[in-house]
Design a protein. Structure first.
Length: 421
């Protein structure tokens, strides 16, 4: 057992003080621990200074004063370790929830929205605030605290706005733009001008700022592209409506010709009745979908509803819930559902064909349109309802319904052409 001299004990105490430990109680406590280790582990006649250097290095990672900083932190912030553990757990939970939820969303599986809500809400409401509290306690720099605070606010806003966008809740665009504004006009300038003054961090600050600007620019570009994609539905919708007008004019001419043909007059009237009924149903379905999203549109007719009136073009939630439901593998039934639309289209097509003779049926069966079978993809088959209406924005749903109206008018034209000879 090694016996320390008074000079060696004084040497240890002076070294502890010189390493930045200022609290007297902590100095004495460290001195006691180090002396006990040396006396118990160093052999008599051993090299004291060499063994002391090895012993003191056990008490820190970088510098000995870390112990004093952690001690002060624990004395003034008693729940530090508990909060740090909660931060780690919530961070892992949010990542798992967001990752699995995103995968479920891509695969159109049920439970995706709940997982995304859990992941993003936990990250923005628990993880980021705890991260801010713990990190501000670990630094004395006012500049670092400001940068950290602005960064956390940006992270919370962009997380919540993403959640609102995914779930199609209101005010998502406002929060998205505010979060990008904080990034471009608050976080990046503060981070850049504070870091560039330090020669040691100058290059790292410049590169990080460039990467942040690129990331923010891409996010802003995606926001613009999203609007362009939605607006791209306007042209085909207008084209379909124009085609419907032309087909309707041809149908009117055929109806006029049919008035002189008493043999097929009843069948022609039946075609007209069925077609008007089918067309009116689709128009009413469009109005029902739009007024479910915006009740203010109830006083407008189908023709009065324009795409440029809608600030909710990207709403997928309401049309999906009404037309398909929550389970894409088992679409819902009932009024204004895609299943009801499918049944009506099938019945309409079957009835039209029944009005023709066998030869005419064979001639028009393949090009009359209005097919409602499963849609075959390269990898799998998807039911008709899910293919056309599941997770499709309202602007796309309306275009699809106009396309079906076009097919109804065309089927009417084909049938009339065979009946009116």
């Amino acid at each position: 057992m090694y016996s320390l001299s008074d000079e060696q004990i004084d040497f240890i105490l002076r070294d502890i003080k010189s390493r930045g430990v200022e609290m007297e109680d902590l100095q004495i406590s460290l001195l006691d621990h180090i002396c006990c280790i040396i006396e118990n582990e160093l052999e008599p006649g051993g090299d004291f200074e060499s063994f002391y250097r090895k012993t003191i290095s056990r008490f820190f990672k970088k510098e000995l004063r870390e112990i004093e900083e952690e001690t002060i932190l624990l004395l003034t912030f008693k729940n530090y370790y508990t909060m740090r553990k909660v931060m780690i757990i919530t961070g892992a939970t949010s990542v798992v929830g967001f990752t699995i939820g995103s995968f479920f969303k891509i695969m159109h599986w049920p439970g995706a929205n709940i997982l995304l809500l859990l992941g993003i809400a936990v990250a923005s409401m628990v993880f980021l605030p705890l991260y801010f509290i713990l990190k501000t306690k670990e630094t004395n720099s006012k500049r670092d605290k400001i940068i950290l605070g602005v960064g956390v606010v940006f992270g919370m806003l962009v997380s919540i706005s993403t959640l609102f966008k995914v779930l199609h809740w209101p005010h998502s665009n406002i929060m998205w733009l505010v979060s990008l504004g904080i990034l471009f006009f608050a976080f990046i300038p503060i981070y850049f001008f504070s870091g560039i003054r330090n020669p040691e961090t100058k290059m790292n600050t410049i590169t990080s700022s460039i990467l942040l600007m690129l990331a923010g620019g891409l996010l802003f570009t995606l926001t613009s592209l999203r609007s362009d994609i939605l607006n791209s539905f306007t042209f085909p919708d207008n084209l379909i409506k124009s085609m419907n007008v032309n087909i309707a004019q041809n149908n009117s001419a055929l109806y006029a010709m049919a008035e002189s043909d008493s043999n097929n007059n009843n069948k022609v009237l039946r075609v007209k009745e069925l077609s008007e009924e089918m067309s009116n149903y689709i128009s009413n379905l469009k109005i029902y979908l739009l007024t479910s999203i915006d009740p203010d549109l109830k006083n407008l007719s189908d023709s009065g509803m324009k795409f440029n009136q809608m600030s909710y073009k990207d709403n997928m939630k309401i049309p999906t819930e009404i037309l398909v439901g929550l389970d894409p593998e088992h679409p819902c039934n009932g009024a204004y559902s895609a299943s009801e639309l499918k049944d009506k289209i099938t019945a309409y097509r079957t009835t039209l064909l029944s009005l023709l003779d066998e030869t005419a049926q064979k001639e028009v069966n393949n090009y009359i349109g209005l097919k409602t079978g499963d849609i075959s993809d390269s990898d799998y088959d998807e039911n008709w309802e899910t293919y056309y209406f599941y997770h499709n924005p309202i602007v796309g749903v309306l275009t699809t319904l106009d396309q079906f109206k076009n097919e109804v008018s065309y089927a009417e034209l084909v049938t009339l052409t065979k009946l009116v000879k």
